[in-house]
Design a protein. Structure first.
Length: 299
């Protein structure tokens, strides 16, 4: 059962409980903790639950908790294993939302800020998932339980496959379905289904920008003419040949060889795809003789 808090404690509850389960992750744990501390969103608690590590993971965690009261370290008496320890961490949580962060992963400074803002705008959602192919590129999209299953199973969406790193969970929704079942590897996939079918899913755009592809944009209009892409290679060549280039002479030479090989091969391919006239136009723009083209292309 979930631990309860009295009224005074509830008033001091953080918005988010970041949950980190640990087993022999001393190599990565400090970076994990610091990534949370550097969050733009600061109303959190960071619960770290060690699962009988044999390295100095606990010592590292306690060093940070001694300096930061938001960090709370717990030690299991016996090794629970991955998913049971995730459930154990959730029992210590007092936040409105749960955000799992494995000890060998990190948050960007904006991750919590974006996720919490999205969830607050859509209180019906039981979990929010960063979506890589957004339904709406500018704002989160709530999918009802039925629509979330239709989207996953008939529209080739992949949000139920998301790892815990990409998911924020409403604490009440987590406990209402009993948390993780304990099944190895597939536990995340199973839990997202359980929460999704009862309270729906919030798709959170993972990219705040939208690049529109249409028939009249510059790149589309000129896409059929290889000279435009070819000029990127020439620009690269010029910068690699420039003595003001900040790379070492050795690195410049190494990369220049690669670029010039691409220039030669691009001209040769243009003969096959676009005809000799276009290939010769590209050769003239590069100011190369045909002997240099063949030497670069086939060296």
């Amino acid at each position: 059962m979930r631990k309860t808090a009295d009224t005074k404690e509830e008033m001091n509850q953080p918005t988010v409980s970041v949950l980190t389960t640990v087993y022999n992750r001393s190599k990565y744990l400090a970076a994990c903790i610091e990534s949370v501390q550097q969050s733009k969103f600061q109303d959190y608690e960071h619960i770290i639950v060690d699962d009988c590590s044999t390295d100095d993971s606990v010592a590292i965690a306690k060093k940070y908790s001694n300096a930061d009261t938001r960090i709370k370290v717990f030690e299991n008496n016996t090794n629970l294993g991955d998913y049971p320890n995730r459930n154990q961490a959730a029992q210590y949580a007092t936040g409105k939302y749960l955000k799992y962060l494995d000890a060998d992963d990190m948050h960007s400074p904006w991750a919590l800020d974006i996720m919490v803002s999205a969830m607050e705008d859509f209180p019906s959602a039981g979990l929010g998932i960063f979506e890589y192919t957004e339904l709406n590129p500018f704002k989160p999209t709530y999918l009802s339980p039925a629509n979330s299953f239709v989207a996953y199973y008939t529209k080739n969406r992949y949000f139920f496959d998301a790892s815990p790193l990409n998911v924020i969970i409403k604490t009440d929704a987590f406990h209402s379905v009993g948390g993780f079942s304990g099944k190895r590897m597939v536990g995340d996939f199973e839990l997202w289904h359980l929460i999704g079918r009862t309270s729906g899913v919030l798709m959170i755009p993972s990219n705040p920008l939208f690049y529109r592809v249409h028939e009249n944009q510059e790149m589309t209009v000129h896409a059929k003419d290889p000279i435009w892409g070819f000029r990127y290679l020439l620009i690269s060549q010029g910068h690699l040949m420039d003595a003001k280039n900040p790379m070492s002479p050795e690195d410049r030479t190494k990369h220049l060889i690669v670029i010039e090989k691409k220039i030669g091969r691009t001209i040769i391919i243009a003969i096959q795809k676009h005809g000799f006239h276009k290939a010769n136009e590209m050769r003239n723009e590069a100011q190369w003789r045909w002997t240099k083209v063949f030497k670069a292309a086939f060296s």
